[in-house]
Design a protein around this ligand. Structure first.
Ligand code: FE2
Length: 194
């Protein structure tokens, strides 16, 4: 069974004005879809043909890992945003964030700083471990699952995520993500399964 491009959980226009339909047409229809077609081509005739995506992400190396991880990361990123996003986390997740970062504002500042301060291409994650919550940066295609860690939320800080809408103003994109797009319900569901 070939790897498939998971559906975008909203229409191309629904994140406007914070992420444009043009960005989603490139980012989802070309970049994300491209990782899927690359992976299907690369795994043909290898031990990874027919494997599950998580299995490939944990075990593969080189271009097979990179393309599989980018499929995983982008699917998780689409769900980390919502047309009804923004606001503040509540319930057990909200309490865990306050415990880990002092306040919701403290989390926001540290997540934004980590995203803006990440050199080159990568991702900023909120992860949950036994000891609590942590903000983690990964480079290129790397992701928490590869290191046995559980992701709750992610923002894509590759330039292709924001350049059409914000040019080089990564900080403005990350602010828009935190203020208007972040899907706390998705993060809370990921937190609850731990
Ligand atoms: Fe991306």
């Amino acid at each position: 069974m070939a790897f498939a491009l998971p559906p975008l959980p909203y229409g191309h226009h629904e994140l406007e004005p914070y992420v444009s339909a043009d960005t989603l047409r490139f980012h989802y229809d070309r970049h994300h879809a491209g990782y899927v077609s690359n992976l299907n081509r690369l795994v043909a005739g290898t031990q990874w043909e027919g494997a599950g995506l998580d299995e490939v992400v944990v075990g593969a190396e080189g271009p097979i890992f990179n393309n599989a991880a980018q499929i995983w990361n982008h699917t998780f990123y689409w769900h980390s945003m919502s047309p009804d996003g923004g606001g503040t986390p509540s319930g057990p997740l909200g309490a865990a964030i306050v415990e880990a970062f002092g306040s919701i504002g403290g989390f926001r500042q540290r997540f934004a700083d980590a995203s803006v301060g990440l050199f080159g291409s990568g991702w900023t994650w909120l992860v949950a471990d036994e000891g609590g919550l942590e903000i983690v940066q990964t480079a290129n295609a790397d992701l928490p699952l590869r290191h046995g860690r559980r992701a709750l939320l992610v923002v894509d800080v590759w330039e292709h995520a924001y350049y059409l809408d914000y040019q080089n103003a990564r900080a403005t994109y990350v602010e828009a993500f935190l203020d208007h797009l972040v899907n706390w319900e998705f993060a809370a569901r990921n937190f609850a399964v731990g």
